[in-house]
Ligand binder design. Structure first.
Ligand code: AMP
Ligand code: MG
Length: 418
């Protein structure tokens, strides 16, 4: 089990005054108070994709480890090319994995292939295309510069140099960097254990028959898949009806087995919202009313020392708040950098009258012509729009009317790791 978050129970209290908290203030607070809770372990390089680097990783060796040829051709001493346009060939050759053991005599050239270590006595390579082979000698035009077509030792990375800072989430590209720097193992954070649960008397498992008044649980499969995509270990805590005792028992179970509890539903401060009522009584929780649409109510706090994030029940709001708030919060707890979403500014292909003073996230679809469309309705109950979209349109707190052609911020799903 990992350490509980080193946080104070009141750390989520937001400064009073403003009725609603701006998105950036809420994110700033999360960023300020959350730190890594996941322990560390060493894993084989081949198993390290998706894991978070635990401490700065330095190169174990120079890369390339020795100067080598960038081309197929002839290794020469540059000074020898000043006079002669012809050089006799030395015996043998140098190939990748088969270095030439001997020193190349002055005034000679040696056959060399790409990747071969530069033989002693040479400092440049004339490429095949610039050479005419005449039996046991080569003919070429002009002088060759020392270092021509040679990759110097350590030109890429030098031993001891930091190549991956702590907090990097290891992608396939980083595996190449680690391997090239001599690593076969890497020190990473243990996976953050994220428990996901749904609440609500009306919520039933996906695929089961619906009785009047019931609704299928759309949030749990979505949130579990999001957390898994973000590299965390997920724990499905199922669904709990709005019964304080059962919610309490489920939260206790979650706290015993996970580092973070992600719930949806029941998070607003209304009377029927049992999660919030229970958290208020028995947990340490703050309710954030965020100046954003969708997804205003967000509960943050601790249940038995585990971070608790209570997302709205509405699936569209749950999705958006998960991307905007849960993703960076989980990344931080997992020991990662604070991830900023990838944003591009593109012209709108829609009209919209927006009220200044809150941030709005629309379901957006970037078209091949580079303009972004908004989903036909902003109704936050329209789950289908999540599937139609390929990203979110983020309208700034102060934005007002949007006309076709107005530049808007588009956050592709891909930038959220989806
Ligand atoms: P709540 O936040 O519990 O007040 O729920 C807000 C709305 O979201 C209500 O219409 C709920 O029925 C709906 N809802 C809550 N949880 C889920 C869920 N897991 N899947 C789909 N809809 C949900
Ligand atoms: Mg509910």
């Amino acid at each position: 089990m990992t350490r509980p978050p080193p946080l104070r129970s009141d750390c989520f209290a937001l400064p009073g005054g403003a009725r609603l908290t701006p998105v950036d203030a809420a994110l700033g607070r999360l960023r300020e108070v959350l730190g890594p809770v996941a322990g560390t372990e060493s894993v084989a390089l081949f198993d390290a994709a998706g894991r978070t680097v635990a401490r700065d990783v330095a190169a174990l060796r120079d890369n390339p480890p020795a100067a080598n040829s960038a081309v197929d051709g002839y290794a020469v001493r540059a000074a020898d090319t000043e006079a002669a346009g012809v050089l006799p060939l030395a015996e043998g050759r140098a190939a990748a994995g088969a270095p030439h053991g001997a020193r190349v005599p002055a005034g000679h050239a040696l056959r060399i292939l790409t990747g071969a270590v530069m033989p002693a006595g040479t400092d440049a390579v004339i490429m095949d295309e610039e050479v005419v082979l005449e039996g046991a000698r080569i003919r070429f035009e002009g002088r060759v510069r020392a270092g021509a077509n040679v990759r110097p030792a350590a030109e890429d990375m030098a031993a001891g140099q930091v190549i991956l800072p702590a907090g990097t989430v290891i992608g396939p590209q980083h595996l190449a960097v680690l391997a090239a720097a001599g690593h076969g193992q890497v020190e990473v954070r243990k996976r953050l254990r994220v428990a996901v649960l749904s609440t609500g008397d009306e919520v039933v498992a996906p695929g089961s028959p619906l009785r009047p008044g019931q609704i299928h649980d759309a949030n749990r499969p979505m949130l579990l898949a999001l957390a898994a995509r973000w590299g965390h270990e997920v724990l499905d805590l199922g669904h709990v009806p709005d019964d304080p005792e059962r919610i309490r028992a489920r939260l206790d179970d979650a706290a015993a087995r996970a580092d973070v509890i992600l719930s949806s539903g029941g998070a607003s401060a209304g009377d029927a919202d049992h999660v919030s009522a229970l958290m208020r009584k028995a947990g340490e929780v703050a309710f954030w009313r965020i100046a954003m649409k969708p997804g205003r109510p967000l509960a943050l706090g601790f249940w038995r020392d585990r971070l608790f994030l209570g997302l709205p029940g509405n699936p569209v709001a749950a999705f958006v708040t998960a991307l905007v708030f849960a993703r960076p919060a989980l990344a931080r707890l997992a020991g990662g950098h604070w991830p900023e979403p990838l944003a591009v500014e593109v012209p709108a292909a829609f009209h919209k009258e927006k009220r200044p003073g809150r941030r709005e996230f629309l379901r957006g679809r970037l078209r091949p012509d580079g303009r972004v469309e908004a989903f036909r309705s902003e109704g936050s109950g329209l789950v289908s729009g999540l599937g139609w979209a390929n990203g979110l349109i983020e309208l700034g707190d102060d934005a007002a009317a949007i006309e076709p052609g107005t530049p808007v911020r588009f956050l592709p799903y891909a930038g959220f790791g989806l």
